[in-house]
Write a protein that binds this ligand. Structure first.
Ligand code: BES
Ligand code: ZN
Length: 397
């Protein structure tokens, strides 16, 4: 069901490790389309950057591996590893059908390591190996206060206003210090270790530059945590979109009949999306006043993921990154989600290497998404080396 999953393999390196490459060819919606400087589905190069929806997330990074595989085959007629590729088209909606496919095709997908390039580097020139991702729980909230919009003169003051009620509900999801108020929300959160906090501090992160790059007047997040800790290891509550009432030009004296919000929570190990969904729904229903009808719809979700760095493939990736980018990588966690990663771990029992070459400012999910071509070519070289380095780990134990 759903969009096709693409599978391919080259399995002619007896004794060598088998690598499963995962990527996704689907993308998030292009809107607001008027803000694109060139059409989103015509790849356009400007100043050594390739602009298109999916350029960095994830078609460009997926294509990097195809080019590295092609380079090996062209030069040597073979690969140093056994390769399987699986590309899906539903990652951006939480991979609703992929878990079942993986379970049904365990043998065809058997591998020693999964390689995924669907994440950014820490910054330009600083390659990274990412050992943790956040998960996601996403909902739509619909409120109805009356059967139709009402004249605010004839009815204002006598009925609840769903737009206002929605704002009140949302304002009770978080306190001013950025802490989520849903009871039980933090119960399963795995706290950062002192060692991790130390290591995050050592990363070359410039908070002022980060803020300026975003055009944000001030940064905001959970009290007691640094920006990187907030991004990688803490679960925030976000409003992704709001819709209610009259938003056109001019004014209209109206009490909207309905109000809608899309909300989501990024999750961290060991929070479970289903458990969080129950807690969120119970709390939302509890705080919603009786003056409106509330409907909660579960959209997609994904589990958080975290791995140890003590497997032999991590060292191979570090050496490969150095060959492609001239610098040893840093070890990071990330705030985004790739729902299938935890499934690869549990079903295939294989570690995942997140070997991303995107950049944090490449506008993933936003207008004018792009891919730095320097990174793209560096990434092809690094990937070509990666396969050799992975093969070498096997020989040297
Ligand atoms: N490439 C991202 C995941 C990502 C983003 C990893 C930033 C590391 C840093 C992926 O394509 C993505 O956007 N995933 C969605 C999944 C969601 C819809 C379940 C996301 O994170 O919003
Ligand atoms: Zn994405």
């Amino acid at each position: 069901p759903g969009h096709p999953v693409v599978y391919g393999d080259w399995l002619h390196a007896p004794g060598a490790p088998t690598v499963l490459f995962y990527g996704h060819y689907d993308v998030q919606p292009v809107d607001p389309i008027e803000q694109w400087l060139s059409p989103p589905f015509e790849a356009t190069v400007r100043d050594n950057e390739l602009f298109a929806r999916g350029a960095t997330d994830d078609k460009g990074q997926l294509f990097m591996h195809l080019k590295a595989i092609e380079a090996h085959l062209r030069q040597d007629g073979r690969l140093p590893i056994n390769a399987r590729v699986i590309f899906e088209g539903e990652e951006e909606v939480g991979s609703p059908n992929l878990d079942a496919i993986i379970r049904q095709h365990k043998e065809e997908l058997a591998c020693d390591v999964v390689v995924i390039s669907d994440s950014p580097m820490f910054e330009k020139g600083v390659p990274s190996i990412c050992y943790g991702l956040r998960g996601l729980a996403y909902f739509q909230i619909d409120l109805r206060g009356s059967t139709t919009d009402l004249h605010s003169g004839s009815f204002g003051g006598a009925v609840a206003n769903p737009a206002f009620v929605l704002a009140q509900i949302l304002s009770q999801m978080k306190d001013r210090g950025g802490r989520v108020k849903i009871p039980g929300f933090y119960d399963d959160v795995r706290e950062l270790t002192d060692r991790e906090r130390e290591e995050f501090k050592r990363l070359p992160f410039n908070e002022k530059q980060y803020r300026k790059g975003l055009g944000a007047p001030r940064l905001h997040g959970e009290t007691g945590y640094s920006t990187l800790e907030r991004l990688w290891a803490r679960p925030p509550f976000e409003v992704n979109g709001l819709l209610s009432g009259f938003t056109g030009e001019g004014s209209k004296t109206v009490i909207p009949a309905t109000a809608m919000a899309k909300v989501s929570m990024r999750l961290v190990p060991n929070q479970d999306p289903d458990r969080i969904a129950e807690l969120f729904e119970a709390y939302a229903r509890k705080i919603a006043p009786k003056t409106v009808e509330i409907e909660l719809t579960r959209m997609h979700g994904g589990k958080p993921w975290m791995t140890e760095l003590d497997n032999r493939f991590v060292q191979a990736a570090a050496r490969a990154a150095e060959q492609g980018f001239g610098r040893t990588p840093v070890y990071t966690r990330e705030g985004g989600s790739i729902p299938v990663v935890s499934t690869f771990q549990s079903e295939l029992n294989a570690p995942t290497l997140l070997f991303g070459i995107g950049l944090p400012d490449e506008n993933a999910h936003a207008p004018n998404e792009k891919l730095d071509l320097g990174n793209f070519f560096g990434g092809i070289i690094a990937s070509a080396y990666l396969y050799e380095e992975i093969a070498a780990t096997e020989q040297h134990g």
